[in-house]
Design a binder for this molecule. Structure first.
Ligand code: HEM
Length: 360
């Protein structure tokens, strides 16, 4: 038994609400004078983005794929945890709910593995466990700076596993699969080492990121499909641009290690979260939203507006970070937030356009 598309809508709405509130808190953290919605929003920006938004959307997508009712418990708990993080009530309960969500996602991948063993599922399972470990550390009182590397491990391995899953159709050789597994192991060793020595840990993680970016750049089907047209090309452009940002983030970590003086922390985190992860979201959205919500989406060239804005102003922000130009960073960051709103708007319009086309 599973949920029908309409019944999944509230869960998606919970995740999207967390995204909007996280954006608001992020812009406040840049120093822009926005009205106070709740006092905790700026501090909870990171957990809202990773746990309550991405955790809910990824959990939901995986629950739909598994097709069992208990699978939806993960996105439900992370979504509710997000609500508590937004209003700033019962922070420990919010953390506990997000811990449970990550545990449920890990169990979901175990269920996939029991159905059919595949290395890409193992990679995604390790990613979910990385999120779980990070969340447990966070629940026990660790600072976000300590746990964020575990959260990054979660998203990095989720994407690496997903892209490898797609590569299965192209019959990727055992040697190439082994290369990816080695890059994943390197990244996770780096994440674990951050607990003992941040400098060494993030440098190893950075090397793993570069290796994964290079692997994806060479082996992903996107290299071929970028020469096609329409939606196929759009997806490929996003994937390839995302791999470039992943490599940039990895290089920054290798170069600077644990020296986060100035605004380097912002540069590293957002080249990964915005440059890499949001490129993946932009690229996958026209496929994932219809699958999860049971509503079609009409691809429109206007989608390139949010893509171009993302890369342009993320570059402005990251250069501002690295040169400690506060105003440049703030403007870039503000337009990043507006860009994500344009993405949401473009998505809603594309779903409506599809519906209008069906009724014609
Ligand atoms: C789109 C607009 C965004 C804006 C304006 C924004 C703004 C910020 C700012 C100003 C910081 C503090 C950086 C510092 O201390 O130097 C921050 C931290 C952070 N951001 Fe963002 N961000 C955005 C997007 C994202 C996204 C998409 C994610 C994840 C998917 C994310 C995750 C994080 C995390 C995990 C932290 C660390 C939080 C902490 O240490 O407390 N951000 N963000």
């Amino acid at each position: 038994m599973s949920l029908k598309p309409n019944q999944r809508l509230p869960l998606m709405a919970l995740g999207m609400f967390s995204l909007l509130m996280a954006l608001f808190g992020g812009v406040q953290r840049l120093g822009w004078d926005l009205p106070t919605l709740t006092v905790v929003l700026p501090a909870n920006h990171g957990p809202l983005m990773v746990g309550a938004f991405l955790g809910t959307v990824i959990g939901l997508e995986r629950a739909v794929a598994l097709g069992v009712l208990w699978g939806y418990l993960g996105p439900l708990t992370t979504g509710l945890g997000g609500l508590l993080l937004i209003v700033g009530v019962a922070p420990s309960l919010a953390q506990l709910l997000i811990v449970i969500g990550s545990l449920m996602l890990s169990l979901l991948f175990v269920a996939f593995l029991r159905r059919q063993f595949a290395w890409f599922t193992v990679i995604m399972l390790v990613g979910a466990v990385s999120w779980l470990v990070g969340n447990l550390l966070w629940l026990m009182g660790s600072h976000i700076f300590v746990v964020v590397w575990w959260w990054i491990g979660f998203l990095l391995l989720t994407i690496a596993g997903e892209r490898m899953e797609l590569g299965r159709m192209l019959f990727i050789s055992k040697l190439r699969q082994g290369q990816m597994i080695a890059a994943v192991i390197l990244s996770m060793v780096g994440v674990a080492v951050t607990l003992l020595d941040v400098d060494a840990g993030v440098r190893i993680l950075g090397a793993g990121m570069v290796a994964i970016a290079v692997w994806l750049g060479f082996n992903d089907v996107a290299r071929r499909t970028v020469r096609q047209s329409g939606l196929t090309r759009f997806i490929a452009v996003n994937l390839l641009a995302g791999y470039v940002w992943l490599a940039c983030c990895g290089l920054l970590l290798v170069m600077f290690g644990g020296d986060f003086s100035g605004l380097r922390y912002d540069a590293v985190l957002h080249s990964f979260f915005l440059g890499f992860i949001f490129s993946m979201i932009f690229g996958h959205a026209p496929v994932i939203f219809p699958a999860v919500l049971g509503r079609g989406m009409l691809y429109r060239p206007a989608f390139y507006i949010h893509v171009v804005l993302l890369h342009l102003f993320l570059a402005v922000r990251v250069v501002g970070d690295l040169t400690v130009e506060l105003l440049q960073r703030s403007i870039g960051g503000l337009i990043n937030a507006v860009t994500l709103l344009i993405f949401v708007l473009n998505t809603v319009l594309a779903i409506r356009a599809y519906q209008a086309q069906q009724t014609d």
